[in-house]
Ligand binder design. Sequence first.
Ligand SMILES: C[S@@+](CC[C@H](N)C(=O)[O-])C[C@H]1O[C@@H](n2cnc3c(N)ncnc32)[C@H](O)[C@@H]1O
Length: 274
Amino acid sequence: MYLKFNWHQMLRLFFNKINLKPATLAVLIQAVAFFFVFSFAWIVKSQSLYVISAMPMWFISFLVLMQATVAAWFANITNMAKWWRWIHFIFPLAVWVMSQLHVPNAIYLIGFLLSLSLYWTTFRTQVPFFPSTAAVRQQVLTFIPQHQPMRIIDIGSGLGDMSMYIAKVRPDCLVNGIEIAPLPWLISVVRAKLKGSKADFRIGDYRLLNFANYDLIFAYLSPAAMSDLWQKAQAEMRSGALLISYEFEIEGVESTEVIQAGDNEKMLYVWKIK
Ligand SMILES: C[S@@+](CC[C@H](N)C(=O)[O-])C[C@H]1O[C@@H](n2cnc3c(N)ncnc32)[C@H](O)[C@@H]1O
């Protein structure tokens, strides 16, 4: 019987089988793409492969473009999120352009340290920094009953705007923020000091908090975090407490309320714990 050799399916099977975290998968994809590109270059130009300077510029540029395309294609067949495909495509091109610009090494170090302090363990938590807007803050405020002070926390508080806004408008509430990345946390602490805000910011992982200590938990995280968040909320939040998520639903769990956070804004999903 004739068996068709299907590269596409074989690669998908290979990548799916090893079931890696996105960041590890991304490194593997670039490595496998590099292997393909290197093999191609070896076949086409074996004599001069060890002397990059001997290769014509157009050929090196072609190889870089090939690396970018193959990596983006692998990201596509492994079903990585769309933005990862763009990262895979742009990364080899950016490395090539930067190497041509002869940027001093210190700039790379500064860039690395800045990214590290801003994004910290995003590659593990899969929750990047991205601030919500004033419209979202105003909507969240509407869930705090008039004469009923609440204990409120923004899990993944970023630069602290949500907590500081609520603390200002509802000084009767106890408002906290917890942030895992050092730079946003530090900025939120300094801003709170300068503004004289009552909001309290701590650095840490919300997954280690006891959710029973809060009446309202606001989350603007990512789809990857939602299932675990729900498990924790169900296990720890007291009956009647509110879990509010901006933009991201919990798969298979119907929310108590869904409202649009404002014109051109995404949805706010609210779960009242039973
Ligand atoms: C999309 S931003 C939202 C920022 C802020 N809540 C807002 O609405 O503007 C998500 C934030 O959560 C932080 N984060 C991610 N995982 C976290 C964790 N496990 N514990 C605490 N913060 C976390 C990220 O560093 C990032 O700053």
